[in-house]
Design a protein around this ligand. Structure first.
Ligand SMILES: NC(=O)c1ccc[n+]([C@@H]2O[C@H](COP(=O)([O-])OP(=O)(O)OC[C@H]3O[C@@H](n4cnc5c(N)ncnc54)[C@H](O)[C@@H]3O)[C@@H](O)[C@H]2O)c1
Ligand SMILES: CC(C)[C@H](C(=O)O)[C@@H](O)C(=O)O
Ligand SMILES: [Mg+2]
Length: 357
């Protein structure tokens, strides 16, 4: 059976890290006879430069037809002066909303080899394994109305709208409860229900859902406290479920517990389990073109793709084991470098994973 994977490298370090993930995926494709066909497309700034649009129709069409997508990152200062609707990030958000990729899974796992790279003391983070379930196609990112308007008197006012419907909350809630069932049975829902009505409803629906999952212990936490607890005692969390913007912020925070944002992969799924896979980090314009970016988050996103969209658990585990092996060998990109380790480039890291497979 032939399945198609669309590679969307994007901007900045995107092409550098996707090239390494592609090598790795092609190798497991051969080893495990997966029958994957690889195609490439344009998104973000790269697409603007070529076509004038951050999400060209051709890319969306291919994305809709593919079994899974691997995306690098989009954005960068070159396009920051464009109006919002034309920015590279619109291409990414357009893919997420058009493909209805409402469930964003962001696992923050500390590899024991990287304990000293974590922002926290080893005893606070050792064994850390958190799953952040972020709602991805709603909330303040997509709420209407939005924009910048002129007030009486001429002053301008920027505005966005934070909305969630019951059904949107319920469907992401189910993903999180099911994830908790498969893990330790603990779920923490993060909101701002002391201030925002939209999250009062969020909390109510989560409580309602909890009745259907008696084996899951549901707790609630305000987002400001959750941000603090993540750096105070992160191992109290197993699965976290939250809205689009809070999830964006908390996942970057959680990344540093694992040593680097360059270690955090993600899966964005729709109800058909079609998925887009991407590292949680951005296009890192400050290090683009230098060959020093960490490709592991993207390589691990490739493993998530094999697991969640392609049903190839063995191949996914092989990639994860290979990543662990290169870390055992003491190989580190600059962002996770520590004393006594050997610093390698983006390409050398990809080659090492390839060799470890
Ligand atoms: N999914 C995405 O495509 C995505 C995600 C986040 C940000 N962005 C975009 O990326 C651009 C830059 O955003 P930013 O600087 O706020 O965030 P960023 O994640 O690109 O970079 C933040 C910091 O982390 C470092 N970093 C990121 N990835 C790394 C890696 N793989 N290896 C080593 N270091 C890494 C960068 O060098 C930088 O110092 C913006 O245009 C933003 O909108 C895109
Ligand atoms: C680039 C941006 C639109 C995106 C987001 O905010 O979702 C990014 O920060 C992410 O975490 O994937
Ligand atoms: Mg982000």
């Amino acid at each position: 059976m032939s399945r198609s994977v669309l590679m969307l490298p994007g901007d900045g370090i995107g092409p550098e890290i996707v090239a390494e993930a592609e090598k790795v995926l092609k190798k497991v494709n051969e080893q495990f006879e997966l029958g994957l066909q690889f195609d490439h497309g344009l998104v973000g700034g790269a697409a603007i430069d070529e076509t004038g649009e951050p999400l060209p129709g051709k890319t969306l069409d291919r994305a809709e037809k593919s079994d899974a997508i691997l995306l690098g990152a989009v954005g960068g200062p070159k396009w920051d002066k464009l109006e919002m609707a034309k920015r590279p990030e619109k291409g990414l958000l357009g893919l997420r909303s058009n493909l209805k990729l409402f469930a964003n899974l962001r696992p923050a796992i500390l590899y024991p080899q990287l304990a000293s790279a974590s922002s926290l003391k080893p005893e606070v983070v050792s064994g850390l394994d958190i799953m952040i379930v972020r709602e991805l196609t709603g909330g303040i990112y997509f709420g209407q109305p939005r924009g910048v308007r002129k007030l009486e008197g001429g002053e301008r006012q920027g505005y966005n709208t934070y909305v969630y419907s019951e059904s949107e909350i319920r469907r992401i809630g189910r993903v999180a409860f099911e994830a908790a069932q498969q893990r330790s049975g603990k779920l923490c829902s993060v909101d701002k229900a002391n201030v925002l009505e939209v999250t009062v409803l969020w909390r109510e629906i989560m409580d309602d859902l909890a009745k259907e999952y008696p084996d899951v212990e549901l707790s609630h936490m305000y987002v400001d406290n959750a941000a603090m607890q993540l750096v105070r005692a992160p191992k109290q969390f197993d699965v976290i479920v939250t809205g689009n913007m809070f999830g964006d912020i908390l996942s970057d925070e959680a990344a540093m517990l694992t040593g680097s944002i360059g270690m955090l992969p993600s899966a964005s799924l729709n109800s058909e389990k079609q998925g887009m896979y991407e590292p949680c980090h951005g296009s890192a314009p400050d290090i683009a073109g230098q060959g020093i970016a960490n490709p592991l988050a993207t390589i691990l996103s490739g493993a998530m793709m094999l697991r969640y969209s392609l049903g190839e658990e063995k191949a996914a585990e092989a990639i994860e084991a290979a990543v662990s092996k290169v870390l055992d060998q003491g190989l580190r990109t600059a962002d996770i470098m520590s004393e006594g380790a050997k610093q390698v480039s983006t390409r050398e890291m990809g080659d090492a994973v390839l060799a470890a497979l």
